[in-house]
Design a protein around this ligand. Structure first.
Ligand code: ZN
Length: 138
């Protein structure tokens, strides 16, 4: 069985961002040489997500509005976590958008649905953060 591990790095200039990382995950898969197996992609931070959905800007705007209703950033004093920091909302946004995705690898390709794309969701950016890509198979 082959195994492959790589970290991807992100440093968004804004507090929140959605980044399509499908091509970077595809590059990892090509580098791994795995033809049949599984690929795990997970955020290595508790204020960022990896999720699969549509690459459609309207939807991403809708996510932003929806997440702000669920866990508004302001006022930061509403959260007990925000003693010495201001990212309680980012922890909650990450929780609902998820930590990781697992995708099947078939014939050397990501076995995604027609509209499925892999995204990095940043909720407390403006610093360097990591995503783990782990691939196992043959
Ligand atoms: Zn925190």
């Amino acid at each position: 069985m082959k195994h492959f591990r790589k970290e991807l790095f992100f440093h968004t200039p804004t507090r929140r961002a959605f980044i399509n990382i499908t091509s970077q995950v595809n590059a990892c898969l090509a580098e791994s040489g795995v033809r049949e197996g599984l690929i795990l992609v997970n955020a290595m931070h508790i204020t960022a997500s990896v999720f699969i959905n549509d690459d459609e800007s309207g939807l991403h705007h809708d996510y932003e509005v929806w997440l702000e209703k669920l866990a508004p950033h302001e006022p930061v004093a509403q959260y007990r976590h925000n003693i010495g920091e201001d990212n309680a909302d980012a922890h909650m946004k990450r929780q609902i958008m998820g930590r990781e995705v697992v995708v099947a690898v078939t014939g050397g390709r990501l076995d995604l649905g027609t509209w499925e794309q892999i995204f990095y969701g940043e909720f407390d950016g403006r610093r360097r953060k990591r995503v783990l890509v782990k691939i196992i198979g043959e």
